[in-house]
Write a protein that binds this ligand. Structure first.
Ligand code: FE2
Length: 208
């Protein structure tokens, strides 16, 4: 069972395996995930904290180690995945959690870790919280991140449950848009999952 005691032990372990800067980002994501969880998914705070603590657990692996881990965990890479090394850690993270942190390998935790970098089609509220917590945590100082943070958090507690969810969607779309713009500017590969994530949120709004 994922409880605060288990999370304290997990935080300790993660602090030993991540560099100082990465770990401080991880703690920022945990804080943001808890704050958002309190307003959007209060029954899942511990699971959200676990996903936040583990989301970048393989991020510091070298490219070679990422590829080796993909092989080890039986991950079938998309045609262009090896050309955008930073997307690999989300996939290897899932396999690594299953192997090394089975007590936290809850389906929702795994799904959120898998989707936290590119997004994906039909993201759950849980997935969206981790995705956006990664984008808006306190340590992010890019103006784009600060804008999305303010847009999402300002007065969120005064909103109805429905309005909170639609602001979460708007923030995820804004983050995806910024990511697409940045990748376009840098001439980098854009994962099709990023478009699927965006399209599926927009489609779900049009349905309702
Ligand atoms: Fe992260």
């Amino acid at each position: 069972m994922i409880n605060e005691r288990a999370l304290d032990a997990l935080r300790e372990k993660v602090s030993e395996s991540e560099g100082k800067k990465r770990f401080s980002h991880t703690l920022g994501v945990e804080r943001a995930a808890r704050a958002l969880g309190a307003l959007l998914l209060p029954e899942k705070i511990c699971e959200l904290a676990a996903a936040a603590l583990l989301h970048d657990i393989t991020k510091e692996f070298s490219f070679e180690k990422q590829l080796k881990s993909c092989e080890e965990f039986g991950i079938i890479l998309g045609r262009y995945d090896h050309m955008s090394p930073s997307v690999l850690h989300a996939m290897t993270g899932e396999g690594y959690i299953k192997k090394h942190f089975p007590e936290f390998a809850d389906e929702e935790v795994l799904s959120a870790v898998r989707k936290h970098t590119t997004g994906d089609e039909n993201m759950s509220v849980f997935d969206k919280i981790i995705f956006i917590a990664d984008y808006i945590e306190d340590g992010r100082t890019y103006p784009e991140c600060i804008n999305v943070r303010e847009m999402l958090l300002t007065g969120l507690e005064n909103e109805t449950a429905e309005a909170r969810l639609s602001r979460l969607d708007a923030a995820v779309i804004a983050a995806l848009d910024n990511t697409v713009r940045e990748l376009l500017e840098k001439g980098k590969i854009i994962s099709e999952k990023t478009f699927m994530a965006r399209n599926s949120i927009i489609a779900s709004k049009n349905r309702s």
